[in-house]
Write a new protein. Sequence first.
Length: 234
Amino acid sequence: MQIVPGLHLVDGMGAVVNVYVWERPDGGLTLIDAGMPKDAAKILAFAGTLGIERLDRIIITHGDIDHIGGLAEVQAATGARVICHAVEKDIIEGRQARDMGYGPVARVYVPLMAMVTERFMGYRPVKKVDELVLDKQMLPDGFQVVHSPGHTAGLIALHQPERGILIVGDAFGSRDGKLHMPVAMATPHKDVARDSIRRLAEIKGVQVICCGHGAPVTQNAEARLQAFAASLES
């Protein structure tokens, strides 16, 4: 589904997570996130409708299983370069567990999820991240990186200033026409997450907001993000 000219939401993913494809001015395709392990075939099929040979870059907003599950399979099928924030590299390559804080939930969640994703979902990490990015970096895809930690330490949003596009990963979500904080259990640093949302709300000229979860915001996007940020508790 085309959200705006050049930006597509991968069809057939269901309600679990969103994956986006960006048609670059140079003719290439950039995949943004890679869904769950079972989603790789859907992503490849959708890319095929646009010309799968054009898919040569994959940007990962953060290393949660619902954003990297299909990464290894898609990368192997396309040979695309994998790009992420430097802090997320070891998670995406499978050498480090995702930070869940220090409470009792973390002690149970981390080993449980590792077992579930490997044994029951068939997840395997990608072998190599090819390119590391940092805050404010302008990418050849036309996006500027906005480091937006809180949900994870290395989560990035992507801002395309010429078209007013803001892709936020899980910095926040959308549901029933409203913006909301990321899932509390999986957001170990909520104060940092709120600060990241406030920073994103300072970006001018936002016309479209694409979250990792929930429908894209295509009407009054900038005003709605500013109002959401203002509503957050200190």
